[in-house]
Design a protein around this ligand. Structure first.
Ligand code: SF4
Ligand code: SF4
Ligand code: FES
Length: 394
């Protein structure tokens, strides 16, 4: 029977001692889970080890931890896989001098530790989920029988419904690390659950709220960590991008955080230059170089610009004189083709397609299934312009 060293992060706030690592060796088949290993240590050696779990089947979301530096479910990670694919600082396979492979297990990040591997989900995760009004605000009048929701719309929100609220995405959200006020990936994915539901009466109000909040949808930095972390393929970042797209393209919500203008300036910049011209992006996001709104932003960015120049990240010529390269001029045709379409399709991926793009419409669902979501995609779903009378699932 193989042996594994479980290196557990121990911390008891009541003891007054600092956190420390503690090694335990377990003998278990490699296909058993990290959670089983921890529970064995707890049963055989030290009953005081704090770990939260319930279903042991990747359903309840209570056993979220960091394994070798990466967030995940302890019950859903095999010991052999954790030993083999350890990516964090503590991984040290036996052929590098260790008697047994070391599997580091520590509490999730971005949440206060209650004890050992248990974090306070209520203080961060649940508080943020409550922030997005995580329930349906139904349209009136209430139908005599059930609401009929088009099948496409249900498929559209299925991906977010797969969330088991484990907090793994919250644990590794880089924006939340910098700005603890950020609403965060799990709660924003939950918000899309209702924004994408045609039964909800307050799609626009929800979007205005999330756009105007300085810690809302425009606070995400596209780091992809939440997509990597999620054990259920919810792809929270993709849901955030969909919220942005609906807020910006469909409702044209011009938020005070400048998210709307920045997004439009970005697209215009690429259309014009083929490649992003960074020097224009900032002033254009604030209405152009000579717009009164742009001046304070440019002045406040001077230290960063100076640092970039000193470290030769940019040169004055490169910054001011962008090469409008000929080979990118053809890109404008793509913009023209895309923008002349009236109806947009939303897929369960970070992708848009269009009605009369027959080939794209046919192949896109396969892309969705093969994507990180593992959920069916939603060909043709346009949750915000749907007609519930079209019938379909409930
Ligand atoms: S992509 Fe956005 S929401 Fe997801 S982890 Fe990164 S910053 Fe957070
Ligand atoms: S989105 Fe994924 S990682 Fe985040 S809480 Fe839900 S299931 Fe967990
Ligand atoms: S114990 Fe329920 S998800 Fe792991």
């Amino acid at each position: 029977m193989p042996e594994y060293t479980l290196r557990l992060r121990r911390y008891d706030p009541e003891s007054g001692e600092a956190a420390y690592w503690e090694d335990h060796t377990v003998e278990l088949e490699g296909h058993r889970s990290v959670l089983e290993g921890i529970l064995k240590v707890k049963a055989d050696e030290d009953g005081s080890i704090g770990i939260r779990c319930s279903c042991r089947a990747a359903i309840c979301g209570s056993c979220g931890v960091r394994i070798n530096g990466k967030p995940g479910l302890a019950c859903h990670t095999h010991l052999e896989a954790a030993a083999k694919h350890g990516a964090g600082t503590g991984w040290n396979p036996p052929d590098e001098g260790q008697a047994t492979p070391i599997i580091e297990v520590e509490p999730m990040g971005n949440m206060p530790v209650v004890k050992d591997l248990i974090v306070d989900m209520d203080a961060v995760h649940w508080k943020k989920v409550r922030r997005v009004t995580p329930w349906l605000i139904n349209k009136e009048p209430i139908p005599e029988r059930e609401y009929i929701v088009p099948h496409e719309n249900m498929v559209d929100v299925t991906q977010t419904m797969a969330c088991i609220q484990c907090g793994a995405c919250v644990s590794d959200c880089l924006s939340m690390e910098v700005d603890p006020g950020f609403i965060g990936p799990a709660a924003l994915a939950k918000a899309y659950r209702f924004v994408g539901d045609p039964r909800d009466a307050q799609q626009k109000e929800r979007l205005v709220d999330l756009s105007e909040d300085p810690h809302g949808i425009y606070d995400c930095t596209h780091c992809f960590n939440c997509i990597d972390a999620c054990p259920k393929g919810v792809a929270p970042m993709s849901q955030i991008m969909r919220l942005r797209r609906v807020a910006s393209a469909d409702y044209e919500i011009e938020d005070r955080n400048n998210g709307y203008r920045h997004e439009h300036a970005f697209v215009d910049n690429i259309r014009k230059n083929g490649l992003l011209h960074e020097a224009d992006l900032l002033p254009d996001s604030y209405g152009g170089k000579f717009h009164p709104r742009a001046a304070p932003e440019l002045i406040s960015s001077l230290p960063v610009i100076t640092k970039a120049l000193v470290r030769r990240k940019v040169t004055p010529t490169g910054a001011l004189l962008h090469k409008h390269r000929k080979e990118y001029k053809g890109l404008r045709e793509y913009f023209d083709t895309i923008e002349k379409h009236e109806k947009r399709y939303e897929l369960n991926l970070y992708i848009s397609g269009y009605e009369d793009d027959a080939e794209g419409a046919e192949t896109a669902p396969e892309v969705g299934v093969a994507g990180s979501s593992g959920q069916p995609s939603a060909p043709g779903a346009d949750p915000h312009k749907s007609d519930p009378s079209e019938g379909g699932g409930v």
